[in-house]
Design a protein around this ligand. Structure first.
Ligand code: CO
Length: 213
């Protein structure tokens, strides 16, 4: 059998299994989604948001890209963010990086990857901010993993620089921002940072006038 056909067969089996356990499963989900969480994760196939958090369809609104980046010119990310924050009114945003991230490793190298250079450029900017700390590590794997952590912390900062988050913080005291890192070798998440809603936490140059929010 073509491996692609296997996916369709597995889908059928999965759907039947769900209905067997709970006959209203899909009719309930089809009615509406009210996820409490927005997940911003890496596209890496080994870091599936629902599976590693033990959540079901309907629980997590998901955006994934190479190296879980929050790029302020990325219309895709910004649209997902605005919808999640303003319409779904998620209570938590999780930025989840992972150790051994290929995107971070590529950014730390000097290789020319063509178009992807444009994306990796954003990670190189993070590296530049933490160059001293990262370069003080000899071991290549540890060096990559340290940049993975710093990158998650910076992407959380990039979230709170947006007017989307600042407006929500002013008007509904939410959402909370969480920076996580996932270990491919043990399946465990480590919490790196939690940012509770407080406009004072935004660097002043990125903080919009409160009466305009
Ligand atoms: Co990755």
């Amino acid at each position: 059998m073509n491996p692609y056909e296997k996916l369709l067969l597995q889908n059928k089996a999965w759907s039947e299994e769900k209905i067997e356990l709970d006959k209203d499963y899909f009719s309930r989900l089809a009615h509406q989604q009210k996820p409490k969480f927005l997940w911003i994760g890496c596209s890496d196939s080994r870091v599936p948001a629902n599976e590693i958090t033990g959540t079901d369809p309907g629980e997590v609104f998901v955006h994934r890209n190479i190296a879980n980046m929050v790029v302020h010119t990325d219309l895709n990310l910004l649209s997902v963010l605005q919808y999640a924050v303003d319409v779904l009114k998620v209570e938590h945003i999780i930025v989840c990086g992972h150790y051994g991230c290929g995107g971070i490793e590529a950014a730390i190298s000097k290789n020319d990857y063509g178009l992807i250079n444009k994306w990796l450029r954003n990670i190189k900017e993070v590296y530049k901010m933490y160059q001293k700390e990262v370069d003080s590590i000899e071991n290549h794997t540890e060096k990559v993993n340290k940049l993975v952590e710093f990158n998650v912390i910076e992407q959380c900062q990039d979230l709170i620089k947006t007017s989307i988050i600042q407006r929500a913080w002013k008007h509904r005291k939410g959402p909370e921002i969480h920076g996580w890192v996932y270990g491919l070798n043990n399946g465990l998440v480590t919490e790196l940072v939690n940012i509770e809603p407080d406009l004072e936490k935004v660097n002043p140059i990125f903080r919009y006038n409160e009466d305009q929010l």
